[in-house]
Design a protein around this ligand. Structure first.
Ligand code: LLP
Length: 415
């Protein structure tokens, strides 16, 4: 589904012209489409109808309260990795009992709060975490529902920084060790073993790695059953890719159909943790051309968004589509789209054929996931505004950060 389209020569988000958004809220601004986010969530939820399931949006992909609220209203669950994300979900109207808590470094404080509010499940990543969770739960007189995140050792075939299911990665418990760790978990009085979890990587563009991982998990579920440990749910993580350029990722419906076929006849609920799939193509980063700089070797478009706003191109050499909001006629040139930050790595895109003039608006597409959430204040730049379009309405879901806010928590030394 594409909710960002040209109408009469101007790029719109649903019923709203992006030029109007820039005029009202300034630039750089992240613009999200409610309709897109809802449609993507439904692609998962509808394909799961008739089987017990939870679609837990991976909050790390986009943690804006407006985005979380849209999903909470649809009944979504959430996958979190910190106390901060937990509080965001609650503030956005999400239900604690639909939260799964992932992450390799949960602190005692994280665990206490999650037990207090009653999360659905902890995805435990190591034996030491298991022992710590037992201790914290016992102190509170609570029982913690747990899955072990197992590392099935499959190659997700994605960028090494976002591949997580190989044995050399820091994530999860090696599948060969999992039975022993489950036996330990089952013996701990304040833990309740409910599931098996894995997440093998992000931006996967084919099904076989998902299904290989699933087969290994199912074999583990059978071995555990022989030990008398009954698994009630499988959490297959996130990772379904989206189209940034010419990738052809599987459809969510086909992925889920294949999973359902493999678990047929078993009493297993399904949990998924999609992040990128739900929001990536539901957002653009709107930016304005400050200068065009023509050198002997290159043409640069210097824009008002930078690597601090969107770090994916600099960090992963990610290719993001950049399009003019109001395309103009005239000869195009090949531009590098760069920001004002003092680093050669500060680029949003390279070698793009565009016809541009100073003051033009550009939209960096597919920026709804891992965009704003990875932004920083490098070069003392305030973070961008975020707005949500809903039909022909626009809501500011995060105002632009002011300079005062940037150093409000800092102080000079005493005189
Ligand atoms: N569950 C777990 C345990 C995860 O670690 C992740 C992502 C997800 C779910 C969601 O995965 P998704 O459906 O979004 O692929 N910053 C990188 C992506 C890092 C992903 C980290 N883990 C990027 O911009 O490409």
């Amino acid at each position: 589904m594409n909710t960002f389209e040209y109408r009469d020569g101007s790029l719109f988000a649903e019923g709203v012209a992006l030029s109007a958004v820039a005029q009202r809220f300034g630039t750089p601004t992240y613009v999200y489409s409610r309709a897109h986010i809802e449609a993507q969530y439904r692609a998962y939820a509808d394909a799961l109808a008739g089987t017990p399931h939870l679609v837990c949006f991976a909050v790390k992909a986009n943690s804006n309260l407006g985005v979380l609220n849209v999903l909470a209203r649809l009944g979504a669950g959430f996958d979190i990795v910190s106390r901060g994300e937990l509080e965001r979900v609650l503030a956005a109207g999400g239900s604690a009992d639909k939260i799964v808590f992932s992450g390799v470094g949960k602190t005692r404080d994280d665990m206490r709060r999650a037990l207090e509010v009653g999360v659905h499940c902890f995805n435990v990543e190591s034996i030491d975490e298991l022992e710590r969770l037992q201790q914290v739960a016992a102190e509170l007189g609570k029982t913690a529902a747990i899955s072990l995140r197992v590392n099935p050792d499959v190659d997700a075939g994605t960028h090494p920084y976002i591949s997580t299911g190989l044995k050399e990665n820091k994530f999860g418990i090696a599948i060969a060790d999992a039975e022993a760790v489950y036996a330990r978990a089952a013996a701990l009085p304040n833990l309740n073993v409910v599931g098996v979890d894995c997440h093998i990587g992000s931006q996967l563009t084919s099904l076989p790695p998902f299904l290989d991982a699933l087969d290994r998990l199912l074999a583990l579920v059978d071995r555990l059953a022989e030990q008398g440990i009954r698994i009630r749910h499988l959490d297959l993580g996130g990772g379904l890719g989206v189209q940034y350029r010419d990738e052809q990722p599987p459809l969510a419906g086909d992925y889920i159909k294949a999973v359902r076929q493999r678990i047929e006849g078993r009493e297993l609920a399904l949990v998924f943790e999609p992040g990128r799939f739900i929001v990536a193509n539901g957002g653009v980063l709107l930016t304005r051309v400050e200068y065009l700089k023509h050198t002997e070797h290159k043409d640069f478009a210097i824009v008002d968004a930078a690597m601090n706003d969107l770090i994916r191109p600099a960090l992963y050499q990610a290719w993001m589509e950049v399009v003019p909001v109001q395309p103009r006629d005239g000869a195009s040139r090949q531009y590098d789209i760069v920001g004002p930050i003092c680093e050669t790595g500060d680029f949003l895109a390279k070698e793009r054929d565009l016809s541009l003039a100073e003051g033009d608006l550009l939209a960096v597409r597919s920026a709804g996931a891992y965009g704003f959430v990875m932004s920083s204040n490098y070069n003392t730049r305030g973070r961008a505004a975020e707005v949500m379009v809903d039909g022909d309405q626009v809501f500011e879901v995060r105002r632009r950060e002011t300079l005062d806010e940037l150093f409000a928590g800092e102080s000079r030394l005493p005189e």
